[in-house]
Design a protein around this ligand. Structure first.
Ligand code: SF4
Ligand code: FES
Length: 225
């Protein structure tokens, strides 16, 4: 059966998509992750033009600097912008592999073009997860940091990060209610202290992560894998 017969194939971009369309689509999305287009405009044009060529040839904007495996599930992880799938590596490099996107806190992206060395396993990495303004006091939200599901909680002007997975029956803590420093699981009401992940239930504390706030960004510190 040829591709598309008997099922609908998702095509994110219509035929005739331009570099400007990609800019408009990708810019706001990567901004929510704490990234922006590289400051080297010619390089950005070059990469986006390559992506248009790949789109025309394959039907999606696969990364120009990665090799596709042929496994659709695996290859989804290199559809641009692929930042959420590789957030630990990119946070450490301050850029995505290609250098199309750089972290918001990088002023000049000229040294960050193309593929450079990735972080070694075990290296500490500060991963931007949201902007301070994205989260009102008293709110909790779910973010992905590498493969981990993390809940970011804001209490007044303090930010905390803890595992999003309740130890009772895996409820999503980010859907729970935050009262002071305690988040209550939405499923059966277990409570966790967002400062240290502790709960009154035995051996059921959740992991917490150090958080720093810098230049309006919330960054979670994790160990690169
Ligand atoms: S490495 Fe950069 S250019 Fe390549 S897919 Fe990921 S975000 Fe896009
Ligand atoms: S799953 Fe969280 S309290 Fe039951």
């Amino acid at each position: 059966m040829s591709e598309g017969e008997g099922r609908s194939v998702r095509r994110r971009f219509a035929e005739g998509t331009t570099v400007d369309d990609l800019r408009v689509y990708m810019g706001p999305f990567v901004a929510t992750l704490g990234y922006k287009f590289n400051t080297e405009a010619d390089f950005v044009d070059e990469v986006l033009n390559s992506e248009i060529e790949i789109l025309d040839a394959t039907g999606d904007v696969y990364c120009p600097c990665r090799i596709r495996t042929g496994d659709p599930k695996e290859d989804l992880k290199i559809v641009c912008p692929c930042i959420p799938f590789h957030s630990e590596q990119f946070a450490a490099m301050r850029k995505c592999w290609c250098g199309l996107f750089i972290r918001d806190d990088v002023e000049d992206g000229a040294d960050l073009l193309g593929v450079i060395e990735e972080p070694s396993p075990g290296e500490r990495v500060e991963v931007p997860v949201c902007r301070v303004s994205d989260l009102a006091p008293g709110q909790v939200r779910h973010v992905k940091v590498g493969r981990s599901d993390v809940a970011i909680a804001r209490v007044a002007d303090e930010f905390f990060a803890l595992s999003n997975v309740c130890r009772h029956a895996f409820g999503p803590l980010s859907d729970g209610v935050l009262e002071g420093y305690e988040v209550m699981c939405p499923w059966h009401g277990w409570r966790y202290d967002v400062r240290d992940g502790s709960t009154d239930h035995p051996d059921a504390d959740v992991k917490t992560y150090p958080v720093v706030v810098r230049d309006g960004l919330v960054l979670v510190s994790v160990t690169a894998r």
